[in-house]
Design a protein around this ligand. Structure first.
Ligand code: G16
Ligand code: MG
Length: 221
């Protein structure tokens, strides 16, 4: 049976995917690197350094490690300037309800965000206390699409991966969930989330009861 739901943060619970994107776009303009939809979609859910490497693939020149550190810090400054004014109004529609409904159904709730800004963001959104376990992104060695972060969340919750469901807005995140052996629920557009078991337009369409029943049926078969 289903025992836990592990949520991604940016683009699933918090309306920050657009903020990460615009911070990267600003940096791209400053270093004359091309930036488009395909690139933006590939960067989603990938950690800061990994995202930077994707951006630099088509940059006009090569960068040293020290320069890359500075570029990553600069992007983070742009990002933090934007989220400085965030509050509960920046939760995505249905997010708080989906998390609370999961708790009320007796399931454990985890958070698997690659973002080092996740603790700050959870405080600002006023939902930090709704999670039973929050992965510390700084302890993760391999970025999504590697399964490490979702497996760490399951371990922290004390639940077997096969009894977990993961929720993601990025292709890299869906791949991470599937590689961890969990049911993958995508939030957004099917085109960007091809590997997901289920795609919802947003968390307002999240019905925990349906997922519990589906899992019960799959286990009985
Ligand atoms: C998020 C975003 C990514 C971002 C990454 C690292 O992951 O989706 O765009 O690059 O975190 O964030 P930071 O630079 O704040 O450490 P997630 O897993 O919450 O979607
Ligand atoms: Mg995300």
């Amino acid at each position: 049976p289903l025992r836990a739901v592990i949520f991604d943060l940016d683009g699933v619970i918090a309306d920050t995917a657009v903020v990460h994107r615009s911070a990267w776009e600003k940096l791209a303009q400053e270093i004359d690197a091309p930036f488009d939809e395909v690139l933006a979609e590939r960067m989603k859910g990938v950690d800061r350094r990994g995202s930077l490497e994707i951006l630099l693939e088509r940059a006009p020149r090569a960068y040293t490690e020290a320069e890359k550190d500075e570029l990553g810090e600069r992007k983070n400054r742009y990002y933090r300037e934007q989220i400085g004014s965030f509050g509960p109004g920046n939760l995505l529609p249905g997010a708080r309800h989906a998390v609370e409904a999961t708790r009320n159904a007796g399931l454990r709730v985890g958070l698997a965000s690659a973002s080092r800004n996740a603790p700050l963001l959870l405080e600002r959104l006023g939902i930090a206390d709704l999670f039973d376990y929050i992965v510390d992104a700084s302890t993760i060695e391999r970025s999504k699409p590697d399964p490490e972060i979702f497996l760490a969340a399951a371990a922290g919750l004390g639940v077997a991966p096969a009894a977990c469901l993961g929720v993601e807005d990025a292709a890299a995140g869906i791949a991470s969930i599937r590689a961890a052996g969990m049911v993958a629920v995508g939030v957004g557009h099917r085109e960007a989330l091809g590997e997901a078991d289920v795609v919802l337009p947003g968390l307002t369409a999240f019905r925990i009861g349906e997922f519990v029943e589906d899992q019960d049926r799959a286990t009985a078969e």
